[in-house]
Design a protein around this ligand. Sequence first.
Ligand code: PLP
Length: 403
Amino acid sequence: MLRLNAHPTGHHFLQIPGPSPVPDRILRAISLPTIDHRGPEFGVLGLKVLADMKKIFKTEQPVMIYPSSGTGAWEAALANVLNPGDHVLMYETGHFAFLWNKLATAMGYRTEVLSLPMPDGWRHGVQADMIEKRLKEDSAHSIKAVCVVHNETSTGVTSDIAAVRRAIDAAKHPALLLVDTISGLAGADFEHDAWGIDVSISGSQKGLMLPPGLGFNALSARAIEVSKTCKTPRAYWGWGEMLEMNKNGYWPSTPNTNLLYGLSEACDMIFAEGLPAIFARHQRWAAGVRAAVNAWGLPIQCADPAVYSPILTGVMTPEGVDADAVRKVIYERFDCSLGTGLGKVKGRMFRIGHLGDSNDLTLVATVAGCEMGLKAAGVPLAGSGVTAIMDYFTRHPGGLAKG
Ligand SMILES: *Cc1c(COP(=O)(O)O)cnc(C)c1O
């Protein structure tokens, strides 16, 4: 029988691909007293986080910060650049792309979904050539936006966003490029300006190491122009008033002040380490975890090594083994949370998050929990994943040794 606050001793292993563990330093920053969001001190905080987020998205253009989940930021992106009933091209890489399509449909947009046939569709990244072909057929330019997910959190597959931009350009098509990097930002390389993205969408609880509650839109000059005349009714999500007030570090309605303290602290930590070092650290962790999964002899959900996610790894369980039953054993025995299989892959796989505030030993222990849980659930394993990840980290030292 579960009771509230009946926590076991030691740290919970929060190894889902978001929310990710929040560093103590960020929790302390969040605990500062809430200040007047119209007072002079707030403006200093507001300007700092708005400038910091431009560096994280690698953009010279404005970034919108909403008190919202990532889903809210999805809605904001669509509402600001589309007219009612507009035709939108979406690419389904997994459950989050599926949910974004569902949201766009609920908002009344006419969506068209591209994907490879299952099961390949959820094991590969965006096929830019399919987008190029479809846009070339659309000589009337009926398609107004192309929507893709940068790091598909339900599968552990990334997509080549620069290739999607090249596909749109090769088709000489004016569609806007909208990219969900809710779980990719600050863990996997992301370049809003260089990749020619019109709206990038993100959230606070993944690579940024914050609790849930902040949603982001990074804009392009063209997206801002389009937003001035497009006709989807919007109020809370509207960019116009936000852009005006953000110039001085303020918001039209009350922003979540304490999460902005946390965001400021997170950005300081990220810039002190440096984005290239952070991306390398995630790639290294991902390779270590994949070494473990390979040693178990279990397939990885991502079938294309060129687009393995640095943020999480999807582990497929053998036919007849319910992945959620394995997760339950690992949670109950070892106080370790893993990501569930979502939508079309429910029960067929589980996800190991390796993002944000983690380290080698946390991941070795996570792999140990998985290995014990898999054995307890009766899954035959080819070999030891724990030995494999230890070997990988020994051969590729990180941590303080890197200075
Ligand atoms: C987490 C996530 C979302 C949803 O964000 P919420 O904050 O749960 O609304 C959307 N897309 C991707 C890729 C995600 O990882």
